[in-house]
Design a protein around this ligand. Structure first.
Ligand code: ADP
Ligand code: ZN
Ligand code: ZN
Length: 750
């Protein structure tokens, strides 16, 4: 036992074997300056290398024999998190089975521990400087000779522009590899200006709330007059005035001297939305957006920390905004799957919001036209309080929706991916000077390329999936790992030249429209056309300003857009989202179709929507057509109850991956067996275990995959069991190549 002043430090390295607290003495010159949240430099390991880390605790005595090393210096002048965000990081670690350090890094303002702070708004990057064909020949040549350069080249074949920092980060290549390619003239450097949200507060005229309808007023009263804080679910069709409700709630919360966080899906964080907040709250808002430059973002964080901004509007990660004294957290479009993080820790913003709301004694307001089945169920049970808006305050009517049977179209000789009705609609709109949106849930030119002679399908060499054809580049790309090759002219298996693409992606549809209607202008919007951060907004502005006839796109066009001249919406393949092997498939399809249809007729003119399907009798499509959320919910909740899916249980996925197939299954079986033994002994409630089994995609990025599913109630006991499993795995000697990811209620697991 030693006494004195000590700090518990977590080292800022992702290595799992050092993911624990190390104690350091606080030297005299730093006394009083080191607190919880301090970013410090410490000597580490046998060589006493200087590394940075974060202080998680302060103590006056530790169990230790020998001399305790001292903290060398402060790495950042101000602490980077407080006790509350530390508690949030513990919550992340416990609930999402991640490492200490990744939990800490998640709650930090992005970019706060970067060595050289980038303050300018210019990003330096690289673009391809030679034609694709040449690039491919060179790529083949480089793969053996200079694999790093090959990786850089491949990345730039796939993307129009990549920041130099991203190139080195993604490929692991050094700057020398970039320079070598530049010197050869293969790529050239380019600079782009980072997208700025046009929040020029002085230019936005202040606005006041319209007189609320009775329903709106009573919703606002319920949230702000409640004696005890709680979670509210605000349900109302699009345009029913939900946003107006939470603007009013925030206004009241601010009057009591408290602060508020508003989460919106990244995709709907448009200037339209931001302006609405800015005109109500002026400079009191801070906007956190992934497209802000580091400099802008750190400015926004400064304004939050010093109390200048007390309303934070942002996408998922804004839930970690360092606000004090929170009175209300709002999650708009709460059903959106983008609120669940894809990388560790795979937190759900709603769960973190619940935790922070509880800490602050704040209320949580969830809003949606199509709430997640889980949330609506909780509202039905009384866990959440349900607030409903049953009609629109404006005279705007919902669009008229029709369902077209594509099998019939086919039988009648229409081979195009646009039904006769939709084709007529597009032309009619053109004549009336109105605009249309077409939605297709698939990017690229087609889903896969196969040989008509022998049936061979061209697959990724790293993953067990077919490659997607991108016509403008003449490439086949893997949407899981990014592997890219040139489209071969002959079948790699039998040599036949009859190789053709199947199915229709956005590019193919675009081409078809141009052929059918040379007079109609089209803008295509998908991840391929919106690679650079600026592109998304730029394309939307063009659509609005140039009055383009058709906006064609993937998910990106489904949400949040509000264009008064759009009167026709087409859902090209409504079945697409239904034919996915995931228990949330119905829910997602319902949401998507309802949302897309909601894009039509936002202005004065009434809107219409055409849903194309091969399953016209499908219930989900019918209910979405009628915008009948309640019936959809009643059907869906019964299915979930029968088959035991959330909200009736939690689903835990244990994913094991390895570059070698050998030994993986045996190890997975061993893990499954031990989980069963421990669960049987300690977990006193029923549970179900499935697997280990191969995942739907058996190999991704060169790693084989086995998964174990466990349905249970993820209570403290279960959490503890899985946390121990993770520790066991990290220490396990016979699993050096195998990595384990435990995930709580994963979305769209593959
Ligand atoms: P939602 O968030 O449910 O889609 P909004 O709050 O955006 O709905 O409201 C839709 C439209 O109706 C907006 O243009 C808004 O200004 C208007 N609106 C909302 N509430 C009222 C009201 N009480 N009186 C008049 N107009 C309203
Ligand atoms: Zn063949
Ligand atoms: Zn791949």
């Amino acid at each position: 036992m030693v006494t004195g002043h000590f700090a518990g430090v977590i080292i800022n390295r992702l290595a799992l074997n050092i993911d624990r607290i190390f104690h350091y003495a606080i030297p005299e010159h730093l006394s009083g300056k080191v607190t919880v949240g301090s970013h410090v430099t410490v000597p580490f390991g046998n060589g006493n290398r200087a590394v940075d880390g974060f202080v998680l605790s302060l103590t006056s005595e530790i169990d230790f024999e020998g001399t305790v090393k001292e903290i060398a210096s402060l790495a950042s002048p101000e602490p980077l998190f407080d006790e509350e965000l530390l508690a949030v990081s513990h919550f992340l670690k416990q609930k999402y089975f991640c490492s200490h350090i990744s939990a800490i890094k998640t709650v930090l303002p992005p970019g706060s521990v970067r060595k050289n702070k980038v303050n300018d708004k210019i990003i330096r990057g690289s673009v391809l400087n030679i034609p694709y064909d040449e690039a491919f020949d060179l790529l083949d040549a480089l793969r053996d000779k200079a694999p790093r350069q090959a990786q850089v080249l491949e990345l730039l074949i796939q993307n129009d522009f990549v920041a130099d920092n991203d190139i080195t980060f993604i490929t692991g290549a050094s700057y020398a590899a970039i320079k070598a390619l530049r010197d050869k003239g293969v790529i050239r450097s380019e600079e782009i200006e980072v997208f700025r949200l046009p929040v020029n507060y002085d230019d936005i005229p202040p606005s006041v709330s319209p007189k609320l309808t009775e329903e709106q007023q009573s919703a606002v009263d319920s949230v702000t007059n409640a004696k005890t804080p709680g979670t509210y679910l605000l349900h109302g069709v699009t345009g029913s005035g939900k946003t107006e409700v939470f603007l009013n709630c925030i206004e009241r919360v601010l009057k009591t001297g408290k602060t508020a966080i508003v989460l919106v899906p990244e995709i709907s964080l448009t200037p339209q939305m931001v302006t609405r907040f800015a005109s109500r709250f002026g400079k009191r808002i801070a906007v956190l957006h992934s497209a802000l430059s580091m400099g802008e973002r750190s400015d926004e964080y400064k304004r939050i920390k010093n109390g200048e901004a007390d309303v934070v509007v942002g996408a998922r990660s804004a839930i970690f905004a360092p606000l004090k004294n929170i009175g209300l957290i709002v999650i708009d479009e709460e059903h959106e799957t983008s609120y669940k993080a894809e990388n560790a820790p795979t937190y759900h913003a709603r769960e973190v919001a619940q935790m922070r709301a509880k800490y602050h004694g704040a209320s949580l307001l969830l809003a949606s036209a199509t709430p997640s089945v889980e949330s609506f169920y909780r509202a039905q049970c009384g866990t959440y309080r349900l607030l409903s808006l049953t009609h629109r305050p404006t005279a705007q009517s919902l669009p008229e929706v029709s369902v077209v049977d594509m099998r019939k179209e086919m039988a009648e000789g229409n081979r195009s991916c646009l039904s006769t009705q939709l084709q007529e609609g597009l032309l009619q709109n053109k004549n009336h000077g109105e605009q249309s949106i077409l939605f297709l849930n698939r990017r690229g030119f087609s889903s896969f390329v196969s040989c008509r002679s022998c049936g061979f399908v061209i697959k990724c060499k790293n993953c067990d999936v077919s490659l997607t054809y991108h016509k403008n580049r003449g490439t086949l790309t893997c949407h899981y790992c990014g592997y890219t090759v040139r489209k071969p002219s002959a079948c790699p298996d039998c040599g036949s030249t009859f190789i053709k693409e199947f199915g229709a992606g956005t590019q193919k549809v675009e081409e078809e429209i141009r052929e059918l209607f040379p007079d109609l202008s089209v803008i295509r919007m998908d991840v391929d056309t919106t690679g650079a951060k600026t592109a998304h907004q730029a394309l939307l502005s063009r659509f609005e300003e140039e009055k383009t006839d058709i906006l064609l796109g993937t998910q990106m066009v489904a949400k949040g857009l509000d264009f008064p001249d759009v009167t026709l919406v087409g859902v090209l393949a409504a079945d697409q989202s239904l034919n996915i092997d995931d228990f949330r498939a119905n829910e997602r399809a319902f949401n998507l179709i309802t949302q897309v249809c909601g894009r039509a007729g936002r202005g004065e003119k009434p809107g219409r929507a055409v849903i194309q399907t091969y399953m016209p009798d499908n219930d989900v499509i019918h209910l979405a057509k009628n915008q009948d959320y309640l019936s959809f919910y009643r059907n869906e909740i019964e299915v979930r109850r029968l088959l035991c899916y959330p909200p009736f249980c939690d689903i835990v996925s244990i994913l094991l991956t390895s570059p070698k197939a050998q030994g993986l299954f045996a190890y997975a079986e061993k893990i499954a067996k031990s989980v069963r033994i421990v669960m049987d002994k300690e977990y006193k409630a029923p549970y179900q275990m499935l697997g280990p089994c191969e995942t739907a995609v058996t190999r991704i990025a060169g790693r084989f995959r086995q998964r174990i599913w466990i349905k249970c109630d993820l209570n403290d006991t279960a959490e503890h069991i899985f946390a121990r499993l993770r520790d066991f795995h990290i220490r396990s000697k016979d699993a050096a190549d195998i990595s384990m990811v435990i995930e709580n209620n994963p979305y769209g697991a593959i």
